[in-house]
Design a binder for this molecule. Structure first.
Ligand SMILES: Cc1cc2nc3c(=O)[nH]c(=O)nc-3n(C[C@H](O)[C@H](O)[C@H](O)COP(=O)(O)OP(=O)(O)OC[C@H]3O[C@@H](n4cnc5c(N)ncnc54)[C@H](O)[C@@H]3O)c2cc1C
Length: 388
């Protein structure tokens, strides 16, 4: 028996579950005792989060139930979190205190929001990740906003997530009749870094139309809001301040803390260093995909697109390792399509230098997102159709 542990129910592991189920139904490789360790029975889909905030989706529409997928794959599901790892001893320590030994390990545990510099905000701070926490806390924020006059929400982070969340929040406030204001703070790297100038212009227009004030500054947390550092010389504070009832941090990713003491080879930022086959550079019995890994051979953005597309390669490589067969590589495409929701049922498409915008882009995004969820629905898992 090979003890295979899948840590995290992330995007890439959905493909691994799919492949293990296929393998089971076709009587493929045997002798695998597989376990999935993840804190929740549901995998929330970040691509639909802005649409959920804006009120276009129910929670049930934007999450995947991992239980039928694990059952169809013959994988034991443990609802717990990895809290520590000893790569030398091939052991994981779970938050419950349980120690789990593996022969082969696959990590798809994602990343956290980097909230460094915002600690002073205490309970006013709402980080984007972990996503489960965000989904749980957003309704509370909305309820608080409904009971507060001149409610002030600040979103920090000028990347795609920050822009989408600010626009979605503004739309939600409008729908709920909330007397509120939304500000967006983008740091020195600007609005939508990595996207073409046309995409940035379209997003700026959407922000203006929605009445969102955009600030270009370095933000830090204070007890009752945000301080904005516009790069003025030292000794010239106080910095301008943005009072806020709540601050959403969409400030970029950081690796999960326990990786630091795992013994795994990490890159300079603390992510698991992997090769083109998504195999750990230091421990050949460990694979990693999605936000938690750092490819050493190419520059690859941390995005759901890569986590999803690396999934089938990861699945192949795990089974090939067990069977002693050759591994394959995941070649990231030079550019990915991003569809950014802009509040009402509209979206911006960004693909290299090309961009477009409108209701039809939203319908396109909606079709893609819904079909992703449908592919991993309980009906598809039990009928086997999601594994076609
Ligand atoms: C608002 C928003 C919108 C986005 N939109 C897009 C988009 O349109 N397109 C795009 O490409 N990217 C998008 N992204 C980025 C995308 O969310 C991530 O890149 C993607 O989720 C990474 O997938 P993953 O599988 O690595 O991790 P995740 O999807 O985060 O999955 C990680 C899994 O691991 C579990 N886990 C976490 N910690 C532990 C632990 N200690 N032990 C065990 N399990 C654990 C989690 O519960 C989860 O199931 C968006 C991000 C945000 C915040």
């Amino acid at each position: 028996m090979t003890r295979l542990i899948l840590a995290g129910g992330g995007h890439a592991h959905l493909s691994v579950l799919e492949r293990l189920a296929q393998n089971r139904s076709t009587g493929g490789a045997t002798g695998i005792e597989a376990t999935l360790i993840t804190p929740s029975a549901f995998q929330n889909y970040s691509g639909m989060l802005p649409g959920w905030i804006a009120g276009h989706y129910t929670l049930a529409e934007c999450r995947i139930d991992l239980r039928p997928l694990a059952a169809a794959a013959g994988v034991r599901l443990i609802l717990d979190s990895v809290a520590g790892m000893d790569a030398g001893r091939h052991t994981l320590i779970l938050a419950s205190g349980l120690a789990m030994a593996y022969d082969l390990l696959s990590l798809d545990v994602g990343s956290e929001t980097d909230t460094g510099g915002f600690e002073a905000l205490g309970g006013r701070l709402l980080p984007m990740k972990p996503l489960d926490d965000f989904f749980a806390r957003w309704p509370q924020l909305l309820a608080q906003a409904q009971q507060t006059r001149d409610y002030r929400l600040v979103v920090v982070g000028g990347g795609a997530a920050g822009v989408e969340i600010a626009l979605a929040a503004r739309h939600a406030f409008g729908q709920a009749g909330i007397d509120g204001r939304v500000d967006l703070v983008a740091s020195a790297s600007g609005l939508l870094p990595g996207h073409a100038a046309g995409v940035v212009r379209r997003a700026q227009r959407c922000l203006v139309t929605a009445g969102i004030v955009l600030h270009h500054a370095r933000a830090s947390g204070e007890t009752d809001g945000i301080a904005l550092d516009h790069g003025t010389p030292p000794g010239t504070p106080p910095y301008p301040r943005l009072p806020a009832h709540a601050v959403i941090a969409a400030t970029g990713a950081r690796p999960l803390g326990w990786l630091g003491s795992s013994g795994l080879g990490l890159d300079a930022n603390g992510y698991v260093a992997v090769d083109a086959q998504h195999r750990s550079m230091s421990h050949p019995q460990v694979f990693a995909a999605g936000d938690t890994c750092a490819r050493q051979d190419v520059r690859m953005a941390r995005s759901g697109v890569h986590a999803v597309h690396a999934g089938p390669v990861l699945a192949h490589n795990l089974l090939a390792t067990i069977a002693g067969e050759p591994l394959c590589s995941y070649p990231p495409r030079p550019r990915s399509l991003y569809l950014l929701a802009t509040g009402p049922r509209r979206a911006i498409a960004s693909w290299g230098p090309w961009s477009a915008e409108g209701r039809w882009v939203w319908r396109w995004k909606d079709r893609i997102d819904r079909s992703f969820i449908r592919r991993f629905s309980p009906e598809a898992a039990t009928s086997g159709s999601c594994f076609d």
